[in-house]
Design a protein around this ligand. Structure first.
Ligand code: FE2
Length: 535
């Protein structure tokens, strides 16, 4: 274990001793993993003893068929998923952090293992190089009938399973103990669609569930009820009716359960929403983008198919099903939400907003552009948090730019206890931390109430999404912030734990290999029964 003192705010001090101008090690973020790491434990006595549980984060870790085959993915997000687990103070080794990584043995991964000479079939962001040939003349049905289960984007614990999510209808089960992927989550209301895919029985029989949110949210004021939605598109070319079906399910339930549909919004095009906001009374759905031209009879390639379609922020009353549209603001695009809550005059919706869609061929999504320093440093479509106040009396919107540094932000996280409630503090990943380089990255803590920013950064260290694990006091920033990063100086990844209040570095553990790009992390606390296990 390598342990350093606090590095918060020290980026400038390190700059003189290491040449950051070349972004050393950056390309490892889109370079194949060296392979899974068996459970390896490290001393970590400085993490508070009440922090016990498993932190999971996954991402693409195989981007091509090399060295045996010459095909390559072009899309960063097309890579085959690998899961990383950090057991913090587990029952058998209290006071340590145990790291394990494993390939997500999905249907996609099994296809790759079976024949890695050609890219596995399925819907992908960008065509491969060389271009993969059409699998069924004129229909490409094999790509739509493929497993399409490379769900490394986000995870939620439901019952005794870890469910892995992407912007797709299927949730993929994993045993959090063995990291074995068990296949699509089975629901009591599963039904085969006309094309043979599985979807809830309440999806219109003439429609196919074609997408979903990658970010189901806990319904505030409930202990374990998640709210989510599915998009349903018509299967008949003359049918122009699309639906967004909002439903709930219980995170406390193991085994098959029925999803409860609570609303069905009909639209005239196929809207795409990566995430949405929720309070105890309302959903806030940003209708800003279509995803069209993907489906049977079309090539199963997504980039280039997203288009602007502004229909405002649509607020759904969870009880009555009524929808109030707020569309008096400048149109914007989004990927992620920080938080949503209600006050005396309406709803506060804090969203990571972009002027243009981020779902395009860009340095964030395309492997070649990702590795092109000039292209990535010059990228101008930078996300940042905006606050939309939706006044429920005047039906007007006010907009506040929460942060205006000119840098880029994403991967917003808060203290989960403040989900749906008035709050002050969010954590995020910042790019262009030095105001010059995309690869100059930091983990930021922003206290909105006091307009105070605090950073953790280090030269040539590329951070991933932070996760807040609460302490015992109930105060908003009493807790531990954990995250992984790629240390480009060594070519190895690291696991970091910070005291969230001060941003003092508690632990910095060097891992045996590098972890490429990752998405969203989740934490499963150790149960009381697990804590008392005598080993
Ligand atoms: Fe996401």
């Amino acid at each position: 274990m390598m342990k350093l003192g606090s590095t918060f705010g020290v980026a400038a001090a390190f700059a003189a001793s290491s040449d950051a101008s070349v972004d050393q090690g950056w390309n490892l973020r889109v370079t194949n993993s060296e392979g899974p790491v068996p459970r390896t434990c490290y001393a970590a006595a400085s993490i508070p003893s009440n922090v016990r549980g498993s932190y999971f984060i996954a991402g693409p870790a195989q981007f091509n068929g090399l060295p045996d085959a010459q095909w390559k993915y072009q899309g960063v997000f097309d890579g085959l998923g690998m899961v990383n687990r950090f057991e913090i103070s587990p029952a058998d080794t209290p006071g340590e952090v145990c790291f394990t990584s494993a390939w997500m043995n999905t249907g996609l991964y099994k296809s790759f293992v079976k024949d890695h000479k050609a890219p596995p079939r399925g819907v992908i962001f960008e065509d491969t190089v060389p271009s993969r040939s059409s699998c069924d003349i004129g229909t490409d049905m094999c790509d739509y009938m493929a497993p399409n289960d490379n769900n490394w984007v986000n995870m939620i614990p439901v019952g005794d399973e870890a469910l892995w999510l992407s912007d797709v209808p299927l949730m993929i089960g994993m045993d959090p103990k063995t990291l074995n992927v068990t296949g699509p989550k089975a629901w009591a209301d599963d039904k085969k669609s006309m094309t043979g895919t599985t979807q809830p029985s309440w999806v219109q029989s003439t429609h196919m569930a074609s997408g979903g949110s990658a970010h189901p949210l806990l319904l505030p004021a409930t202990p374990s009820t998640y709210v989510d939605f599915l998009m349903a598109q018509p299967m008949m070319p003359w049918d122009k009716s699309y639906y967004i079906d909002v439903f709930t399910f219980e995170a406390s339930a193991s085994g098959p359960q029925s999803r409860k549909r609570i609303a069905s919004l009909q639209t005239d095009s196929g809207f795409y929403m990566h995430s949405f906001g929720v309070t105890d009374k309302h959903l806030v759905l940003p209708f800003n983008m279509d995803m069209g031209g993907v489906g049977p009879l079309h090539a199963a390639i997504m980039l280039g198919k997203f288009s602007k379609n502004w229909k405002g922020l649509q607020v759904l009353d969870i009880v009555s099903g009524a929808v109030q549209v707020y569309d008096d603001m400048e149109p914007f695009e989004h990927a992620h939400i920080a938080n949503t809550f209600e006050n005396a005059s309406g709803i506060v919706f804090d969203v990571g907003a972009f002027d243009k869609t981020p779902f395009v061929k860009s340095p964030a999504m395309d492997i070649n552009l990702f590795q092109d320093k000039a292209a990535r440093d010059a990228e101008t479509n930078r996300g940042a948090l905006r606050r939309y106040h939706l006044n429920n009396v005047t039906k007007k919107t006010t907009v506040e730019y929460v942060i205006q540094t000119g840098r880029g932000y994403d991967f917003y996280k808060i203290n989960p206890a403040f989900n749906g409630l008035s709050y002050c503090i969010y954590y995020a990943v910042e790019w262009w931390h030095d105001d010059k380089a995309y690869a100059s990255m930091a983990v930021m803590k922003h206290d909105i109430c006091h307009n105070k920013m605090t950073y953790w950064s280090d030269t040539n260290v590329y951070v991933n999404e932070p996760f807040f694990i609460a302490g015992n006091s109930g105060e908003e920033d009493d807790g531990t912030l954990v995250f992984t990063a790629l240390d480009g100086n060594t070519g190895k990844s690291i696991f970091i734990a910070l005291e969230a209040r001060s941003f003092k570095e508690l632990e910095r553990i060097q891992l045996p290999s590098h972890i490429p790009f990752t998405a969203h992390g989740s934490f499963i606390p150790l149960t009381a029964a697990e804590e008392t296990v005598i080993v």
